[in-house]
Design a protein around this ligand. Structure first.
Ligand code: SF4
Length: 375
């Protein structure tokens, strides 16, 4: 379901230069802020110094891990996002077997693009209202997604004043390519996931959006374009924070929260890991340790706030470094079921046919594919 030639991430100018900071003040006037901005017990007392130390220590560990490669340059394009961190932590064999699409940015697809499109559409909806000098109305999810997609298609006329401007983004460029390819099935799938993301986000966070909420990893004047960090200019490693929004301003005192919204609540056991990864990735990208991570679930309305302390940051850094270490091992070893770690992920794993531990796990009663027998 990918558009030909359009499945690779190509940062546009804003994204390529934006590794933190950005705009503040998407103040929509809610009287009941979700985050208080107060520091939780155990939060580093010096959020800037703690982020500096995290950057230095994580850089050193990544350099050490890369030094284990058989030759300089043998490891290229390591994209360390939450999916890679989860895969490397839960089944290293699976991560190593992913190949270029799993080690670098995997390319846009409807499940992956849903959140990015939802954020971009919401940012566009708010920016349009700002330009018109009026408060944004409650967005109707599918209408907002369609309006953003239509605006993407007509943005070339913006410079001539024929249409309202729409902000460029990598996922927006991909949507245009899919559209040009006539792949209406992919467009419909993206719109459905993005609509669910947007509906759940507004449902859980409320409307008007909370005071001092800023969308992140989204284009336009109402958002921060991207949160990523590299250990060095020439490093093949990019650490990407997948937060959807930030609550509170970034100051040297910290105290702001990163918001991670999930369309479906999923596995509660992964919540802590997710918070740890995003807290560390966010601290690396922003240069200030967040006070907490707010995880939300669109299907249940769940909101879980996890304070960021030294232990959480250390766990997040371990997850980041583990991805690089497994990528280095993959150079020589590739997929090796010797250390495969079966779990529910085996049901959807591309390597199941070559993985005896995974097959043995699947043969146990009630571990069939979502309740259906393997035929
Ligand atoms: S089938 Fe299961 S155990 Fe085997 S590589 Fe895939 S996820 Fe890991």
């Amino acid at each position: 379901m990918r558009a030909p030639g359009g499945n690779r991430f190509r940062p546009v100018e804003d994204e390529a230069t934006g590794s933190g900071g950005g705009t503040d003040g998407l103040d929509q006037g809610s009287r009941e802020p979700i985050a208080t901005g107060r520091l939780a017990p155990g939060t580093p007392s010096d959020p800037v110094g703690a982020a500096d130390r995290l950057r230095a220590e994580t850089s050193r560990r990544i350099v050490d891990a890369l030094a284990g490669a058989p030759s300089p340059g043998a490891v290229a394009d390591v994209y360390v996002g939450w999916v890679a961190a989860r895969d490397a932590a839960t089944c290293p064999a699976r991560y190593r077997g992913e190949g270029e699409h799993g080690w670098g940015f995997p390319g846009w697809s409807p499940p992956l693009a849903g959140g990015a499109c939802g954020r971009a559409a919401l940012a566009h909806h708010i920016a349009q209202a700002d330009r018109a000098g009026r408060p944004p109305t409650l967005p109707m999810p599918l209408d907002a997604i369609r309006a953003w997609m239509r605006a993407l298609r007509t943005r070339d006329g913006a410079a001539e004043g024929r249409t309202p401007p729409v902000e460029r983004s990598g996922v927006g460029d991909w949507i245009c390519e899919v559209w040009d390819a006539g792949d209406s099935a992919t467009l419909a799938a993206v719109a459905a996931v993005a609509g669910r993301w947007l509906a759940g986000f507004v449902r859980v966070l409320g409307w008007p959006l909370p005071p001092r909420l800023t969308l992140v990893n989204a284009p336009g004047p109402a958002a921060v374009s991207s949160l990523w960090w590299r250990p060095g200019k020439a490093s093949p490693v990019t650490v990407a924070c997948g937060a959807d929004a930030r609550l509170g301003r970034v100051t040297g005192a910290g105290g702001f929260a990163l918001v991670v919204h999930r369309v479906a609540t999923g596995d509660d056991g992964a919540l802590w890991d997710r918070a740890a990864f995003e807290a560390a990735a966010g601290a690396l990208a922003i240069g200030v340790v967040p006070g907490s991570v707010l995880l939300t679930g669109g299907d249940t309305g769940e909101r879980v706030t996890i304070p960021v302390d030294d232990d959480l940051l250390a766990l997040g850094a371990d997850r980041i470094v583990a991805v690089v270490a497994e990528r280095v091992v993959a150079v020589e070893r590739g997929f090796d079921p010797a250390d495969a770690t079966p779990s529910g992920a085996c049901r959807h794993c591309d390597h199941l046919a070559d993985c005896p531990p995974g097959q043995a796990w699947m043969r146990v009663a009630e571990r069939w594919r979502s309740g259906l027998p393997v035929l």
